[in-house]
Design a protein around this ligand. Sequence first.
Ligand code: 7PJ
Length: 279
Amino acid sequence: MLAFPIRPHADGRPQVMGIVNVTPDSFSDGGRHASMQAARDHALGLLDAGADCLDIGGESTRPGAEPVSVAQELDRVIPVIEAISAERPDAQISIDTMKPDVARAAVHAGAGLWNDVNALRAAGAPETAMELGVPVCLMHMQGEPRTMQADPHYDDVVNDVARYLGQRAGALLSTGFDRELIVLDPGIGFGKTLAHNLKLIASLEHFVSLGLPVLFGASRKRFINAIDETATDAMDRLGGSLAVALHAARSGCAIVRVHDVRETAQALKVQVAISRYAD
Ligand code: 7PJ
C-alpha cells in the first residue's frame, strides 16, 4: 500500500483531495444505510473524476454546527471507509475528525491521514497520533465551530496563525512524532473575517516557506459569497473555488481540499501545461 500523498506531484501540481461529508444533512434523508450508500457512491465518483485522495468527515464543522458524539461519528464514517477500501483497495483516505477515538478506528479501517481541524488539542490527541504513525494535518481555528464566526480577532493574522501552527507542531514533535508526517493548514473560514481569509490566502507562500507541506481548503466557502454577492448558494461558488485553488497551486501548496474534483484537477493540469511554455 502506498503512503498517503502529502507532497505535490512531481510536476508541481498539488494533490487533489475530494471532500466526502457523511452527515445526514449533507446527503440523504433516507436513513443511515441510504446516507452510507450515498457517501460511498459519491466517494467512488470523486476517485473516478481524478481525486488523488479523499477526506471523509462525519461531524459538520461549518460555522454554527453542533458537536456529535463519538458513537454517532463512528457510526457515520467507519462503514463508509470500509466500503471504499473494499471497492478500491488503493484509495488514499483521510479522516476529518477532532476525536482521537474516531481517528484510531478510521485508521484501523483503512484511513492513512488524520485531518484535525482542532490541531490535536483534544485530550490524548498527540499521543494517539504518535501511536497511529500516519501523517497528520494540523489546522488553525480560532474558537470552536459553534461560535467561531462571532468576532474573530488577530493582532497580525499571518503571524498569529503561523505561531499557533508552530506551537501545535511542537506539541506533536515532543511525543516523538516524525516531522516528515506533519501537514499545516491556515484554516480558511475557521474564525476569520473576509479580510483575514484574503490576507492568509495572499500569504500562502509564507506558510509553504515554513518547510512543512501545506493543505489548503477554500472550496465553496462563504468568503466567496462576500466577494460575489450573487453566490449565496454554495453550489454557485465554483469559479471562486477554482481561482483560489489555482492560486494555492502557484503558491506551492501540497494538497487542495475540494468538492469539485474534476474541474479542479483539470484547471491544475492546464495551469501546469501553460507554465511549461513560460520564459
Ligand atoms: C477544512 C477542513 C479545511 C482542513 C473543513 C468546509 C468545512 N479540513 N474541514 N481544512 N474545512 N484541513 O469544507 O467548508 O479548510 S469542513
